[in-house]
Ligand binder design. Structure first.
Ligand code: AQP
Length: 326
């Protein structure tokens, strides 16, 4: 099984999109796959941030991943900053990246437009992401369209480095996340549900109380029509609700549409399914959160395992690029 890697950036609250699109597929595949999962805390520093928030969210994300069923014995699971080799390889890869290449990244252009003070790390963030990927000889990176260009950069850097300095990195490729993996914002269904940009009403947070989840779903934007049909272009709000129901139940969204006459009935069914899907995770989260030392131990063990692999890769990269071994 090719090695797969996924990072979760502690830039807000984990939501149902993160769960259906990323967490659940990882957990379902962890027994058979060669899986790397990490909390990408360094990436959370590329935009204006609150230090305490990042620290607290990092532990919360780790606890939630374990609560959802991530098995730290079956995969490599750690916090990015606990493995300093990520930052070391980042620098070495900067030395094979062109300035124009980094500036061309669409996400940089979009995010920098929204900032008064653009951090240098926002420009170099895709190179750090390339380091995350190449450090572990990752073969496959499941990402949505917005991250595809960054994985392409990682590919280009791997090919360029291997060509100039000798075979060092596995060349990664993107793979599509599962069907209906993109959960949209409940109040703005043309935008994706997002940790950092969705308003609280638009995102179903994994730790929202059941009553709160229900309220958000009942208030979700639909459209002026009355019949329930699955049409993401004409009726994105209704399609999103059907996608969420499909994601929670395993049925097909088109087939589900036929079972509802009114939007209200669909919303009630979605609310039941979401609350039921998240209930066991929320219960387990409460148990695990009562013992943060255990979670931190898991992360320390994960970082030790990751460093054993990452340190070797950095040593080989340094030797290839021309650095004198200490
Ligand atoms: N709305 C979504 N639907 C399905 N999958 C999603 N993911 C994110 N949003 C959705 C997937 O979750 C994983 C972790 O994402 P991330 O931490 O890298 O954040 P992101 O992709 O940049 O998206 P977010 O959660 O909206 O965060 P912000 O607001 O900080 O950008 C990834 O596998 C991602 O595809």
């Amino acid at each position: 099984m090719p090695r797969r890697l996924t990072g979760f950036t502690p830039s807000g609250h984990l939501h149902l999109g993160n769960y259906l699109g990323a967490m659940r597929p990882i957990i379902d595949g962890q027994a058979t796959g060669d899986t790397v999962v990490f909390i990408s805390d360094l990436h959370a520093l590329t935009l204006d941030h609150d230090p305490r928030e990042v620290r607290d969210r990092t532990l919360e994300f780790a606890t939630l991943l374990l609560a959802a069923g991530l098995d730290p014995d079956a995969c490599l699971f750690m916090v990015q900053s606990h493995v300093p080799e990520h930052a070391e390889l980042h620098y070495l890869l900067e030395c094979v990246t062109g300035y124009g290449e980094a500036q061309r990244m669409i996400q940089f252009k979009e995010k920098s437009r929204r900032q008064e003070q653009v951090r240098m790390s926002l420009l170099t963030y895709p190179i750090l992401m390339a380091a995350d990927i190449l450090l572990y000889d990752t073969a496959e990176v499941p990402v949505g369209d917005d991250q595809r260009q960054h994985v392409e950069l990682a590919r280009d850097l791997a090919v360029r480095f291997n060509g100039r300095y000798g075979e060092t990195f596995t060349v990664p490729r993107t793979v599509n996340p599962p069907v209906a993996a993109r959960v949209m914002d409940l109040s703005a269904p043309k935008e994706k549900m997002s940790k950092s940009t969705s308003a609280a009403a638009g995102a179903l947070r994994l730790l929202d109380e059941p009553a709160h989840l229900r309220r958000k779903i009942m208030r979700a934007v639909t459209d002026a029509g009355t019949t329930v049909t699955y049409d993401p272009d004409q009726s994105p709000g209704v399609a999103n609700l059907l996608d969420i129901l499909a994601g929670c139940t395993g049925a097909q969204p088109g087939a589900l549409a036929a079972g509802f006459d009114r939007y209200g009935d669909l919303k009630h069914a979605v609310a039941d399914a979401v609350v039921e899907t998240l209930a066991p995770i929320q219960r387990r989260y409460v148990e695990l959160a009562a013992d943060p030392d255990h979670v931190r131990d898991v992360l320390r063990t994960g970082a030790r395992k990751a460093r054993a692999i990452a340190a070797d890769k950095v040593r080989r990269t340094e030797a290839a690029i021309g650095l004198l071994p200490a």
